[in-house]
Design a protein around this ligand. Structure first.
Ligand SMILES: O=C(O)C(=O)C[C@H](O)C(=O)CO
Ligand SMILES: [Zn+2]
Length: 276
């Protein structure tokens, strides 16, 4: 488990490209046959990836958590961005296809990740936050999430937002999670941009075609910086930072948040002419 500390807006404004990537890019969580985690001090959100092949992978705790099991004081959101798989939570098996989601409540002791076919393995993106109560473990498919189409082709940002773990969907303590799919020809996400000082956010970009990249924008609206992101890489967004991206082709991304509230609409919008 790697640890990422917080950085102040003043520090970020002075960072080199390498420093920005070291602090905010979550680059190597998806490795075949492994589960890997990054522990962020922003709202203590943990960002992980698991790719089971022939053998299943069990969720294990870490010395640094000082917990007898991983979900003793935490909740977990799982979205599959790969082939078909199953997640087994305390003996309850849930089949999870591409873009399916499982929420696992605090107090669940055993979480096991499986792939149906190791030639086309399930690729699980994981987000975990501290939890004060236990909400039911549940599965949600993409079809269960009421899609919202936003943006337009004219502004190259036509996209569909699927909300999974949120106030009107899967219930949680503080985790909010879903995904956004950009239409072919659209390349901008989250533009106009926003901040929400009450919640940190992480974006995990996927279905970025071979040879293509996404330029993720971050920083205070008046001091923006960028990080070039590859397929299946995530970026940590501090609560005071914009989080937006422009791809060299269309792509999808999982967004996930934790913090002061679970109100998806609680965003402070930034007018495009105000960006610097
Ligand atoms: O495409 C978008 O716009 C988004 O998906 C925005 C994220 O959901 C977000 O940043 C929520 O705070
Ligand atoms: Zn946001």
């Amino acid at each position: 488990m790697k640890v990422r500390f917080e950085s102040s807006p003043r520090e970020v404004a002075t960072m080199s490209t390498a420093m920005l990537r070291e602090q905010f890019l979550v680059g190597e969580i998806f490795k075949e046959g492994e589960i890997n985690w990054v522990y962020s001090h922003y709202d203590r959100v943990m960002i992980g990836g698991a790719i089971p092949l022939g053998n299943s992978i069990a969720l294990q705790s870490f010395e640094g958590l000082k917990a007898t099991y991983f979900l003793e004081r935490r909740e977990l959101g799982i979205i599959n961005i790969g082939g078909n798989g199953s997640v087994v939570v305390d003996g309850q098996r849930m089949d999870i296809q591409k873009l399916g989601c499982v929420y696992v409540g605090r107090g669940s002791k055993e979480v096991v990740f499986e792939s149906v076919n190791s030639e086309d393995p399930a690729v699980y993106y994981l987000l975990s936050a501290p939890a004060h109560a236990s909400y039911p473990t549940r599965h949600y498919s993409k079809e269960d999430a009421a899609p919202a189409t936003v943006g337009s082709q004219e502004t190259s940002n036509l996209r569909t937002i699927y909300k999974y773990i949120h106030q009107e969907g899967l219930q949680s303590c503080q985790l909010v999670m879903g995904l956004t799919v950009l239409s072919p020809g659209s390349v901008w996400n989250t533009m106009p941009a926003h901040v929400h000082d009450r919640r940190m956010e992480a974006y995990c970009y996927f279905d970025v075609a071979e040879g293509q990249r996404v330029m993720h924008l971050m920083g205070e609206p008046s001091e923006t910086r960028h990080i070039w992101v590859e397929n299946r890489q995530a970026v940590i967004s501090p609560p005071w930072s914009i989080h937006s991206g422009c791809g060299t082709s269309n792509y999808s991304f999982i967004w996930g948040m934790a913090g002061e509230n679970k109100d998806y609409t609680d965003m402070d919008m930034v007018a495009i002419p105000d960006l610097r």
